[in-house]
Design a binder for this molecule. Structure first.
Ligand SMILES: [Zn+2]
Length: 925
């Protein structure tokens, strides 16, 4: 079938244009293999699979080994390799290690003199990185990568190409997200008919859930550069830090109706970027792209939509080692041909050509500006170090206490980002505060200074003018120009303490290396029990590992003191006599894998708090966990929940498609998680009344149902949780007869975004007319156009501060303050005290925003509303997180809360005995 339509397609194109040229008038060297000779089709005829992308890149490198070298840098979750190829002149390809070493010297003016830098720069090529296909369903760029590599190797007697090869080493990363790419290709091929269909509604243009954008765990890899949770990103960042490419381009696609976007970028501009190095040079690249786009008749736009404020994009992270990072966006065909609303038809091949042309134009700009780019890179670091001298803050200090595993992970992550981290060899005192041995110190006086600030500062602000315009747009219900979240701050995300000091000396420090990270261990002699103090993410890893090993694990709901040490609520008690004789070996294996701190005890005698046989000590069951999967769940939420449990806590789960969950045998599971699903209305339809009833029966028989974000709307509307989603607060009720009570929940069953509230003054009578009302001034008009009731405006993503009710098992081991990412408009009314517990709720309006941008109405409305609620239903529990705590798997500070919900609720179901029932909702101390 494919051969037939390929022929038809080829004919159609041949008729339209006698010869499709990627670059006019170029002669190609016959010794470099064409795609047709290797893959059996011309570039642009098909959407190449990952295997074909690899195959062709390797064939090119084999044909020109002196000018192209392939490096493998990572493996995807599904086992596909990620590569980049270095393409350049024979002379440059021969000296790649020397180029890397020279770039490393230019990165650090503390170790390199100005004279040495000048000498290095005079002989160095400009290394640039072209990254293709980070979103797997943005299909044109990987095939453009093949064409770019071929063109650079095969073009003969072409001045542009020979200039590029002489002055630039081009690193080509053909597909940054192989799993997503192949998911798209598979879905597309499954949906294809006998010939390509240009109708945008045809199945081949519309992917089934979850689409190919994301990787195996449905992570958007273009948001992952902040916390580097995925192997694709980890490998790429490691490779970038070996090269420090002067330019990084991330080549994407956007909607079919769009043209082409390239730099300069839109506002807001991250204040830790430097205009001189990272804004002005964008014009060199934009203008040169424009020259070729004008010449070839391609439409384009600049300065709109795509900003670089969030540092977790591919087109922003490289800025923080001193590179120039850019996004190119191409209107997609999402197939081989598509008809747009202006009646034009565009082929895949044409979109591949646009990305190819911008790639070559970029190489040329880098060649032309080689010296300026190198000098900018050097100056970037010279000025960063000078800037650090002027900063009031000299060091960020992270005491190793509280959730020590999160503190360690933060330190390790900063190393992965290329920052220098120091470790205190002994306890010390700074600014009158005590810090323990093992405390991490991150000095600002380092080349990565701006990276350090952007990742660690608790607030990175947008420009005032931008925010004013944004506020005006919001009031008019126009769409926002903020592209992603407005907040990140690793210390808040990880829930770790951070102190900043202007003191230059901070104890006896040594540079942190991965090998120096604490490994945990077992202290004391365990004849009675092993104790695992709860609260560190490592302790939660011990729990999951112990359950998987088949150990019998208990846990105390209350804190206790034993041998002079106080153990927090939630501490795990692994009794030696209840477990097999091989427990010492098993425990040492677990500690090795989890790096947890475990204490052996020879006595069960406690000085204070419950003994190991107390009613407050529960047996931890090994729960079977199911996650609702497939439409209508949000792939991001579903994927990150699965990822956190399976990969961060090594506990396998069963994912069940929602349409099967309504009928499946749920009795095998103790926990079911409903991921966020937008407004949640989709669950109502998918489960139907019968499915919802079955879920409730399952809970009442002893199950734990955990909902996230929009899923609570479904749960609230279907009798599964006593919360209601709120409409926006109406500050001053319009007139008598209007909605009573500001911000009252609508509680509309199964309603979507804006369930209408009846009986308002503007409500038409039976004859369709409304009572007349004079509008005397502009203010009256403004008031008259406001809806009586609507959902709150959607928050772009800010970090909210929330207070923890620490006297419940659901919050065992959790500090009194936690931070969560809030996006969208999910605000729920608190649960009433006779129905359940608001275990975590947001702070007051003055301090609910810990980081990011949020308007006053939202602050006032979300204040004191719940983040985590729990209610008993029959023998089971319903638990709701009003926002998914696993956001991008980078809120490690919420791990314990989430794990408590998943693993502690089943421990409190009880065997039907009085205590299980009684203490379930009761506060434990
Ligand atoms: Zn994209």
């Amino acid at each position: 079938m494919r051969t037939i339509w390929l022929t038809l397609c080829a004919c159609a194109i041949m008729m339209a244009q006698s010869k499709f040229e990627y670059w006019p008038m170029v002669q190609y060297d016959a010794s470099i293999p064409t795609a047709r000779s290797v893959l059996g089709y011309d570039i642009g005829d098909r959407v190449s699979s990952h295997a074909n992308l690899m195959h062709y890149m390797e064939a090119l490198a084999a044909a020109a080994p002196n000018r192209m070298k392939v490096f493998e840098y990572a493996k995807s979750w599904e086992g596909r390799k990620l590569i980049y190829a270095a393409v350049g002149s024979e002379q440059n390809i021969r000296r790649l290690p020397e180029i890397q070493a020279a770039m490393k010297k230019l990165y650090d003016p503390r170790k390199t003199s100005e004279a040495e830098a000048q000498k290095l720069m005079s002989g160095l090529p400009a290394v640039i990185w072209l990254g293709y296909g980070v979103h797997g369903n943005e299909i044109s760029s990987p095939d453009a990568a093949l064409m770019t590599a071929y063109h650079l190797l095969a073009a003969r007697n072409d001045k542009l190409v020979s200039d590029v090869l002489a002055h630039v080493v081009v690193l080509i990363d053909p597909t940054q997200n192989p799993d997503g790419r192949d998911r798209f290709v598979h879905n597309f091929e499954v949906a294809e008919g006998s010939e390509p269909n240009a109708d945008p509604t045809a199945a081949e243009h519309n992917e089934p859930w979850p689409g190919g954008r994301t990787n195996h765990y449905y992570f958007d890899l273009n948001r992952d550069w902040l916390a580097i949770t995925q192997p694709e990103t980890a490998g790429r960042i490691k490779a970038l830090l070996q090269w420090y490419p002067l330019v990084f381009v991330d080549l994407h696609e956007m909607g079919t109706e769009s043209t082409y976007y390239f730099a300069p970028e839109a506002t807001p501009f991250n204040p830790h970027l430097v205009p001189q190095f990272q804004k002005e040079p964008l014009y060199w690249f934009g203008k040169n792209n424009a020259k070729y786009f004008d010449q070839f008749g391609f439409s384009y736009f600049t300065r709109e939509q795509y900003d670089a404020f969030y540092p977790g994009y591919g087109a922003s992270w490289p800025s923080y080692y001193g590179g120039l990072a850019m996004t190119y966006e191409n209107g997609s065909t999402r197939g081989l041909v598509v008809r747009r609303s202006d009646e034009t038809t565009i082929t895949f091949r044409e979109t591949v050509r646009r990305h190819f042309v911008s790639s070559i134009a970029t190489c040329e700009t880098a060649a032309t500006n080689r010296e300026r780019l190198l000098s900018n890179f050097w100056q970037y670091h010279v000025t960063a170090l000078a800037e650090a001298e002027r900063e009031p803050v000299k060091n960020y200090i992270f005491p190793r206490r509280g959730n020590v595993a999160a503190v360690d992970r933060l330190a390790e992550l900063m190393l992965q980002h290329g920052a220098e981290v120091m470790r205190a060899k002994a306890a010390f005192k700074v600014d009158g505060k005590d810090f323990p041995e093992g405390t991490y110190v991150i000095p600002l006086a380092q080349p990565a200074k701006r990276l350090v600030r952007t990742l660690l500062d608790t607030q990175v602000s947008m420009e005032d003018d931008f925010l004013k315009a944004e506020e005006a747009r919001r009031k008019r219900r126009l769409s926002s120009e903020i592209y992603d979240v407005t907040a990140w701050a690793l210390p808040l995300q990880f829930g770790v303490e951070m102190f900043s000091t202007n003191s230059k000396t901070t104890g006896d420090l040594e540079p942190l290396k991965k090998e120096l990270l604490p490994q945990g261990g077992i202290s004391g002699k365990a004849t009675v029990a092993y104790l695992v103090p709860w609260g560190s993410t490592a302790s939660a890893k011990v729990l999951t590992a112990a359950l998987r090993e088949g150990l019998r694990v208990h846990s105390s709901d209350k804190k206790f003191t034993l041998g002079g040490r106080t153990y927090p609520a939630g501490t795990l008690i692994i009794k030696v006599k209840e477990n097999s004789a091989v427990i010492p070996e098993v425990m040492s294996k677990i500690v090795k894998a989890t790096h947890a701190e475990v204490i052996g005890t020879e006595t069960g005698w406690v000085d204070d708090g419950p003994n190991f046989g107390s009613r407050y000590v529960n047996f931890m069951k090994k729960p079977g966990i199911a996650i609702a999967w497939d439409s209508p769940t949000g792939p991001g939420s579903a994927g990150q929940i699965r990822f956190v449990l399976e990969r961060q806590f090594n506990y396998p789960v069963t994912v069940i498609r929602v349409n099967q969950m309504a009928n499946a045998d749920l009795s095998k599971f103790q926990v079911i998680i409903l991921p966020d699903a937008g407004f949640g209305a989709g669950y109502t339809g998918a489960f139907g009344p019968v499915g919802s009833r079955r879920l409730k029966d399952w809970v009442q028989a002893g199950g734990t149902l955990i909902g996230m974000g929009g899923a609570l709307q479904y749960m609230g509307a279907n009798g599964l949780l006593n919360v209601s989603q709120e409409n926006a607060t109406v500050e001053a009720p319009p007139a008598a007869g209007a909605v009573a009570g500001a911000g009252r929940p609508t509680g509309a069953p199964g309603g979507a975004a804006a369930p209408a509230t009846p009986a308002t003054p503007g409500t038409p009578a039976a004859d369709g007319r409304v009572a007349g009302k004079n509008l005397a001034k502009d203010a009256d008009f403004e008031k008259a156009i406001q809806p009586d009731s609507e959902p709150p405006s959607s928050a772009h993503g800010f970090i909210a501060k929330a207070k923890v009710d620490q006297e419940h098992w659901l919050t065992a081991g959790v500090p009194e303050t936690v931070y969560a990412m809030i996006q969208g408009r999910n605000i729920y009314s608190p649960i009433k005290v006779d129905r359940g517990i608001n275990a975590v709720y947001f702070s007051g309006p003055e301090d609910v925003v810990a980081s990011g941008y949020l308007w006053d109405e939202f602050k006032k409305q979300i204040a004191y509303k719940p983040f985590l609620v729990l209610q008993r239903d029959g023998r089971g529990f319903e638990i709701g997180f009003t926002a998914d705590p696993n956001f991008r798997a980078y809120f490690d500070g919420l791990n314990i809360l989430f794990l408590n919900a998943v693993f502690r609720a089943p421990a409190h179901i009880g065997g039907g005995g009085a205590f299980g029932e009684e203490t379930a909702l009761e506060h434990v101390q």
